[in-house]
Ligand binder design. Structure first.
Ligand SMILES: *[C@@H]1O[C@H](CO)[C@@H](O)[C@H](O)[C@H]1NC(C)=O
Ligand SMILES: *[C@@H]1O[C@H](CO)[C@@H](O)[C@H](O)[C@H]1NC(C)=O
Ligand SMILES: *[C@@H]1O[C@H](CO)[C@@H](O)[C@H](O)[C@H]1NC(C)=O
Length: 532
């Protein structure tokens, strides 16, 4: 099992040790690979800090290691893996075990020397002596270091990437998430000017309050870890029907969690009673809206309870998106999966967490982050994410409009038992309470059919891409409950999450064409006869 840093690999080992029988955990060992700094070629690669830590384990221990990998989202991205594998094959990535266990990796030197604008056009001669594709005549040509490095990376990995812009890319992503960067221009070589106002409604929000992660799950995992680090070991509350791994994180890391599965006012009454009886919690974790029923908890009331009873509020805004809603005003931490519509292109993953500077836990959270946060967002991934997210706002508008058009086709259809969409549901006032002026209702909707057979016929007939994930540029249909909860269908149904639910993530296709696709699939379902 591969991880980006030795600290993270060590966390995986600690997880297995605390969850597996001792004899099983005893099989684990660690291998750390890092750049061979003695090689002349490695100079050009220091900027990337390429490293991989491997947890080796027996077959019996593997399921436990996999749990850590899955829940924490701490694995290596495919671009990091490919890059490091290339270096490994060339002998540039070597065992780093001479560094004693527990000693932090040499901190990344960072990209400062790449911040000057450089032309890559000048000079074409090979420049490296050892084992690199640039080797042709063995001569080392003196070229400026920056240019040499950039060229090496591009030639070695055959990519159209300007690595000099990685830190700018991360900065632009953070600002976009802050709602402080509306333009969709190319990045320039000079650093962005100071951040001014933002659409989050938090005047003192700074770029440094936004943290990037390799995926959304990792943002949630680290938000929880930061809170545990800042406030000590306390139980959390999972409020609302959760994304699978969120509940697992709260259950398996730290002292556990209390689960409220309906995100309703009566759930809040129960929670309030628990608090009044003297129970105390680390934090409430909720999604806004929830998945797959698009339920919206009452954030006003959760905030009031949090202030009174001293717990943090962590809101996952992935489905609503900050282009439609503003939940930061009610939250201590807002997390998001950037893999979804923020990227849109499903060729890169990412996650983010925002610390609200007005939170009562802000100072201790920042202190914890200073101590523990490792930026493991792979530079190439950041470049892709920045490019993809430039037109995020206009894509959201389009997805909003397409989703509403599909709702108009679905709502009157007699096969449909329930349509779940924030505009048309009981919890709608809670959505309206945070909807931005001009904000829509998002690109995700779920439909439940009266009959399971009709649901199958619809699913088989609909001419969209099919599969998990959401927020892609193209419409994506998924038998979500079967995919995510197949082993626990009755449990899911007890929260109103039914097996005949079909979840639709609405894409950017031409509205008329998309509406036609849904009409045809509904018609096919109407005409279908029950099958064995
Ligand atoms: C949300 O909670 C607030 C404060 O307790 C309350 O005034 C409001 O009516 C609630 N909203 C809904 C939709 O129940
Ligand atoms: C798909 O997503 C990318 C973002 O990566 C965007 O630039 C592109 O225009 C999108 N495609 C369509 C059809 O909108
Ligand atoms: C959601 O909205 C639909 C359409 O208005 C309605 O039939 C359904 O009962 C609502 N569901 C909930 C849980 O409010």
């Amino acid at each position: 099992m591969l991880f980006p840093t030795r600290q993270i690999a060590a966390r995986c080992v600690a997880f297995v040790e605390s969850h597996a029988p001792p004899a099983v955990a005893a099989s684990l060992s660690l291998v750390h690979l890092a750049l061979d700094v003695t090689s002349p070629a490695s100079k050009a690669l220091e900027f990337f800090c390429p490293a991989i830590s491997a947890v080796l384990c027996s077959q019996e221990a593997f399921p436990f290691a996999k749990q850590y990998w899955q829940h924490a989202g701490d694995g290596v991205s495919s671009r990091r893996a490919e890059f490091c594998h290339g270096l490994f094959k060339d002998g540039l990535l070597v065992r780093a075990d001479d560094v004693p266990k527990g000693v932090a990796q040499k901190p990344c030197r960072g990209p400062r020397r790449y911040q000057r604008p450089q032309s890559l056009d000048a000079g074409t001669a090979p420049y490296l002596t050892n084992g690199s594709p640039g080797k042709q005549n063995g001569a080392v040509r003196r070229v400026p270091e920056v240019q040499e490095s950039s060229r090496f990376v591009e030639e070695r990995f055959g990519r159209n990437l300007d690595v000099s812009l990685v830190e700018h890319a991360k900065s632009a992503i953070r600002r976009r998430i802050a709602g402080a960067l509306r333009s969709d221009k190319e990045l320039s070589a000079s650093p962005l000017p100071a951040m001014e106002d933002n659409t989050r409604g938090i005047a003192n929000l700074k770029e440094e309050d936004i943290y990037l992660f390799p995926c959304g799950m990792n943002a949630i995992f680290n938000a929880h870890r930061a809170l545990l680090g800042a406030r000590g070991a306390m139980k959390s509350i999972n409020f609302g029907f959760p994304y699978v791994d969120t509940l697992k994180i709260l259950e398996k890391f730290g002292p556990g969690c209390v689960f409220y599965g309906h995100a309703s006012e009566s759930d809040l009454d129960s929670l309030e009673a628990q608090l009044e009886a003297g129970e105390r919690f680390l934090a409430v974790f909720c999604e806004f809206p929830g998945n797959p029923l698009l339920t919206c908890p009452n954030l006003t009331r959760i905030r009031q309870l949090a202030d009174k009873y001293d717990f943090a509020v962590v809101v996952d805004e992935t489905i609503g998106t900050f282009a439609n809603i503003n939940v930061l005003q009610f939250s201590d931490i807002v997390v998001s999966s950037l893999t979804k519509i923020f990227s849109g292109d499903c060729n890169v993953m990412g996650g983010s967490a925002i610390f609200n500077p007005n939170s009562r836990y802000y100072a201790i959270l920042k202190e914890t982050a200073r101590r523990e946060f490792e930026d493991t967002y792979w530079p190439e991934d950041a470049i892709f994410m920045e490019r993809n997210s430039r037109d995020f706002a206009s894509r959201i508008d389009r997805a909003n409009a397409n989703a509403e058009a599909i709702c108009q086709v679905i709502r009157p259809n007699p096969l449909i038992k329930t349509l779940y969409y924030p505009r048309y549901n009981e919890s709608c006032p809670n959505y309206e309470a945070v909807r931005l002026p001009g904000g829509g209702y998002g690109g995700l909707l779920s439909i439940v059919f009266h009959s399971y057979d009709k649901a199958m016929a619809f699913y088989d007939a609909i001419e969209t891409a099919k599969g998990p994930s959401l927020g892609t540029n193209f419409t994506l249909t998924s038998p979500y409950v079967l995919l995510a909860h197949y082993q626990e269908l009755e449990w899911a149904a007890s929260f109103g999450v039914e097996p005949s639910l079909v979840r639709i993530s609405v894409g950017l296709e031409e509205t008329d064409q998309l509406v036609g696709v849904f009409r045809s699939a509904l018609k096919a379902a109407e005409e279908s006869t029950a099958r064995k």
